[in-house]
Structure formats: C-alpha cells, structure tokens
Design a protein around this ligand. Structure first.
Ligand code: CA
Length: 225
C-alpha cells in the first residue's frame, strides 16, 4: 500500500510518515496543494491523506478536482478546524472520511484501514487473500495452509500489488512506481530480483499460486493445481 500525505506542517507530515512506515505502508510526502494534485494524478497511490488548509490549492479543491478528472483514489481529509462546515465540504466534494487534528495515532490508523476496507482494498482488516495465500502486510507474514513465513517489506509490497491486481497483468513500470515511488531510479533488475525471491518463498510454502512472466510486459498471479 502506498500512501500520499499532503500536509504543509512539515513536522506533522514527517511524524505521520514515521507512523505509517512503521505499519509497513510506503509513504510519500508533499507540502503544497498544487504538487499534491500532480502527485495524486500519478495514479500510484492507494490512499491520500489530505490536509484541508494548504498553500496553493486547498484540500477540498484537490479532492474536487481529482473526482472531476475521474481519479478515484480513496481520500482521508485532515483538518485543524473542527467546524462541521469543513467536514461537510470535504465529504460533499468526494472525500471518503474526515479526521480532525489533533488526532490519536490509533484513530488515524483505524480510519485508514476503514477507508481501505470500504473501498474493497482489504479483505478484512489487514489481510490480502489470493487462492491459498493470505498476506498480512502489518506483520509481513505470508500464510499458506499450515505453513507460514515472513517476507521482507518489498516482497510484501510486491505480492500485495499482484494480489490486488488479481488476474490482470502488472507491468514492471507499475511495480517500480508502487514499490520505489514515482521519482525513483530503481530498475527492472530490482523488480526481477524481488520476483525471484517471492517465487522461492511460494515454492517453499507449496502454494498453488505462481508468478507468471508475461514476456516484455510484466507479471501475473496464476493458480495451478
Ligand atoms: Ca495546513
């Protein structure tokens, strides 16, 4: 899961990023509204945490613009102002939920999970399922029947992405953007390395699931027998 945090209070933004990374979310930070909208348009995010009061373009305007452009990324709004008008505005223009600052860490995490769950990104709470596999990105545990093992963070993010795509092909470009970020300099080799790690682990677990290579395009999960 990759989360974009658009928040102009740098200290707060960095604090949120630390909390989210501890939960194994990948996080990018943006501190102004126009750049936030540009990043949101990249389509690589699973969720946006969007402050309402921002320099350039405010949070309500960003979510409104996104929805008009057909960008459906889930949005959780943050605002220091607890007036209900803020809340109504944000929700009216297409935000999924709203959290007033200051907030408790646990509440932030619960709201994020709730938004993702409502959008069907999570099967229940923090589990992804595909055929005989169950992945918990919070603990990095991959379970297959009675067997289980721990993935590293990148392996977990890669498998999550493939599981979310179900039977659609995932391109190497998508994997790089999702795992390393939009401006990263990771190369196709990096992707191939993690795919080979994951394949070994799937074999160890004796899962029916295999990662098929679609030559020149990317990868897709397939279930054998
Ligand atoms: Ca602000």
């Amino acid at each position: 899961m990759r989360i974009l945090v658009v928040e102009d209070e740098v200290k707060l933004a960095e604090g949120i990023a630390r909390i989210l990374r501890k939960q194994n979310y990948a996080v990018d930070l943006i501190h102004d509204g126009h750049a936030g909208l540009d990043e949101a348009r990249s389509g690589i995010y699973d969720l946006l945490l969007l402050d309402v009061m921002l320099p350039g373009l405010d949070g309500n305007a960003i979510v409104q613009r996104m929805r008009l452009e057909g960008i459906n990324t889930p949005v959780l709004m943050l605002s220091a102002r607890s007036e209900s008008s803020d809340k109504v505005n944000g929700l009216d223009v297409g935000a999924d939920d709203y959290l007033a600052k200051p907030f408790e860490v646990e509440e932030l995490l619960a709201r994020i999970r709730a938004v993702l769950r409502r959008r069907g990104q999570l099967v229940h709470d923090l589990l992804f399922q595909f055929e005989d596999l169950e992945l918990n990105p919070g603990t990095l545990k991959l379970i297959c029947g009675a067997r289980e093992l721990k993935l590293n963070l990148k392996e977990s993010q890669l498998l999550q992405l493939l599981m979310q795509r179900k039977r659609a092909v995932t391109t190497k470009e998508m994997i790089i953007e999702k795992l390393w970020g939009f401006h990263a300099e990771a190369e196709y080799n990096n992707v191939e390395v993690y795919v080979s790690f994951l394949r070994k682990k799937l074999t160890f677990l004796q899962s029916v699931v295999a990662i098929q290579t679609i030559r020149g395009v990317g990868y897709v999960l397939e279930a054998g027998t």
